[in-house]
Design a protein around this ligand. Sequence first.
Ligand SMILES: [Fe+2]
Ligand SMILES: [Fe+2]
Length: 234
Amino acid sequence: MKIAAIADLHCRRNSVGEIRPLLASVETEADVLVLAGDLTDTGLRDEIAVLEGELAGLGLPIVAVLGNHDHESDEAEALTEMLCNIGVQVLDGTVCEVGNVGFVGTKGFCGGFDDLFIHPFGERALKTFIQASLDEAVRLENALVKLDCPHKVAVLHYAPVRDTLEGEPLELYPFLGSSRLANALDRHDIDVIFHGHAHHGSPKGQTAGGIPVHNVCRFVRHRFGQRPYCLLEI
Ligand SMILES: [Fe+2]
Ligand SMILES: [Fe+2]
């Protein structure tokens, strides 16, 4: 199966005609399209409506997760429903199957990496913040139990490893992802992980367990001279 993956479309009300060209050959080259979050710029229904127009007529299954920008207007549920209505599989601590490939997806969250992961200690506000990160990893792992496929693909918005953040300011790393996501995925047999969010990061890395990680943020790909979407066969 050939998988095309892209993140950070950041569709706005005035993006009509701008998104579709990024996906120009996707129908002929791929069997499934993955959208790894920040589909919209500010999480508005109008922005999803524009995106729907840009995706209209694409003859392949689409699997997506939302990003932090899609939550900006507190309309995530409505956006999800709109996307589901046009056949997009929106994963939120859930799984779906396309052919013999299982997809597990969730937005993920902040928290940091490895021995510098922020500990849920002290003020209630900090504990709540980090608990959101821990919860995302638990949801990912709980969802994975439901997949019984020969191949598994994970779709996140936030980064699961530091590798794909290279190029971002170090001070931002704790806000760009969480290694707890990678820890959860390393306990399962995952073929590849896609994420976005780190606009100034790097295209490729891997988890401690050796799972390939692709930052498919379209701005990163552009900066590295790559086509707008990543194309992988598994
Ligand atoms: Fe983004
Ligand atoms: Fe983001």
